[in-house]
Design a protein around this ligand. Structure first.
Ligand code: KIV
Ligand code: ZN
Length: 515
């Protein structure tokens, strides 16, 4: 295929994805996500918003240093300080990019920016020039492009290209466009901007109407050659276009989407699991490509057809996206080797320390539970990944519950290497447990979500608990799994609390004013 047919995959899980309330990640987690994105062949990784905080800056620069194949970019508002900071953060990348943006729609100009069209045109020229003086690879985005009159959008794009932008991104920021409209916008811009062929055009779609992937592919039909997306469609509100859906649509329907894409789909399942674990956002069961049921055929007619010939109902094979056929049944006699093989089968690659801890917990679980299913191991490993390096850990919990009341919890936690124990009562065993956590680590956070679901069937199933905490407008989500739902509850709460503490000195992206 010619160079014109290559579609660049730009992943923004670590920037637009991480920006969604409750999805914040630690540095270690961001490095793990970036590593798999780089390995799977993502062309460009948007690693963060360097001006947002020292943590974001550190994450972008560390990812820039480590990345082997991907271009690394950092986001910057149309402000010199932002652009300089982004330039500093990507300085060590083999291939770095500055991505700067400004709003262009009348509603943003009037209410948010309080600037005229002419002023915004000057800002575009000034800021893209500033970025080009720092680096050769500069992306410019017209925020809310799809609600911007096309004549004015043409003038903005023209100004950005003249100032040296090499990629022009036209986002559907509020997820409002339809596929036909989005395609027409790219066609019109490419027809009417004189130097349009000097830049690569990019799509960036939000999923408010569930059209993000359709719009992205439509934008490509209109001439765009870069797709901005996130793993699991993670992102603000209804999220961004899902990378795994884009990649598999391009591969599965290459007959009508004849574009070349470098991403190796065998990594999709692993990447999805990792992002779900570190963000605390579960993947819905019926999510395309990476949902638990994405390849499950339940109805009799489908099962009958599948047994005769898989292609009767299957347009992709699970192994294409990295799901391996289960070969090993795990139990209390399974050793280290079998456990490692099982993790590989399930798509996990974890470091030695995390492996040892996960193995220890697997053995504990196998002692308590007759059948250890894949879902049990997934819950256990995801918990292990999400809790690595935590400052506060649950060590022991005893709860006295029942009709008599008051319910009591005796909890021991490790706080910065020191064991502390408290006994508290509460309105029920969960309340007593959470009160004991508050007694050991006093905090003001409000519990805004407490959710339990059984990982598998049976009364000995593990309970997986999700907890969401809110403090000073910041939100964090934690998950915990155990055959004892109260232990799982304590772990989930403590995981959310750890994330909240890690974010304490970090300003929210939302607090940054747009220019
Ligand atoms: O949705 C959007 O407009 C964005 C820009 C910052 C690219 O995320
Ligand atoms: Zn966005």
């Amino acid at each position: 295929m010619s160079g014109q047919d290559h579609v660049f995959i730009f992943d923004t899980t670590l920037r637009d994805g991480e920006q969604s309330p409750g999805a914040s990640m630690t540095l270690e987690e961001k490095l793990q996500v970036a590593e798999i994105l780089d390995e799977m062949g993502v062309d460009i990784i948007e690693a963060g918003f360097p001006i947002a905080s020292n943590g974001d800056f550190e994450a972008v620069s560390e990812i820039a240093k480590r990345s082997k194949r991907s271009v690394i970019t950092g986001l910057a508002r149309a402000i010199h300080a932002d652009i300089d900071r982004a330039g500093d953060a990507v300085r060590h990348a083999e291939r770095g990019r500055i991505h700067t943006f400004v709003s262009t729609s009348p509603i943003h100009l009037e209410h948010q920016m309080k600037k005229t069209e002419a002023q915004v045109l000057d800002i575009i020229t000034d800021t893209v020039t500033r970025a080009r003086n720092l680096i050769d690879d500069v992306e410019w985005s017209a925020m809310d492009a799809t609600r911007t009159p096309i004549e004015y959008l043409c003038r903005c794009v023209d100004a950005a290209i003249r100032a040296g932008a090499t990629t022009i991104n036209l986002p559907d920021t509020v997820g409002y466009a339809t596929p036909d409209e989005y395609k027409a916008m790219f066609e019109q811009i490419r027809e009417n901007v004189p130097d349009a062929d000097k830049a690569i055009f990019s799509v960036h779609c939000h999923n408010d109407l569930g059209l993000a992937v359709a719009n992205s592919l439509s934008g490509v039909a209109g001439g765009a050659r870069q797709i901005e997306c996130t793993i699991n469609g993670l992102g603000e509100r209804a999220g961004n276009a899902a990378l795994e859906e884009i990649v598999m649509a391009l591969r599965t329907r290459s007959d009508v989407l004849p574009y070349d894409c470098r991403v190796d789909p065998k990594f999709l399942t692993r990447a999805s699991k990792l992002v779900s674990a570190v963000s605390g956002f579960p993947v819905q069961y019926n999510k395309a490509i990476v949902g638990k049921n994405a390849f499950a055929h339940e109805s009799g007619i489908h099962q009958d057809g599948m047994l005769k010939n898989a292609e009767t109902y299957e347009i992709m094979r699970p192994e294409d996206v990295g799901v391996r056929a289960t070969s090993l049944v795990m139990g209390k006699h399974s050793g280290r080797h079998a456990f490692r093989q099982k993790l590989e089968e399930l798509g996990y690659e974890i470091g030695d320390n995390a492996f040892e801890e996960a193995f220890r917990r697997f053995k504990e679980l196998a002692d308590r539970k007759k059948h250890v299913y894949d879902e049990d191991i997934e819950a256990l490993v995801e918990n292990e990944i999400a809790t690595q390096g935590e400052q506060i850990k649950v060590i022991a919990l005893t709860v006295i519950a029942g009709t008599g009341g008051p319910q009591k919890a005796i909890l021991t936690m490790d706080v910065d290497g020191k064991h502390e124990t408290r006994e508290c009562s509460g309105d029920g065993p969960v309340d007593a447990t959470f009160n004991a956590i508050k007694a050991i680590v006093p905090h003001e956070a409000k519990l805004s979500l407490y959710q339990v679901h059984a990982v598998t069937e049976g009364t000995d199933a593990q309970g997986e608990v999700s907890v969401r905490l809110e403090a000073n407008g910041r939100i964090s989500t934690g998950k915990g799994a155990d055959t004892d739902t109260l232990v799982a509850s304590a772990r989930a709460y403590v995981s959310a609390l750890n994330k909240l503490i890690a974010r304490q000195n970090r300003p929210d992206h939302q607090e940054l004013k747009a220019v």
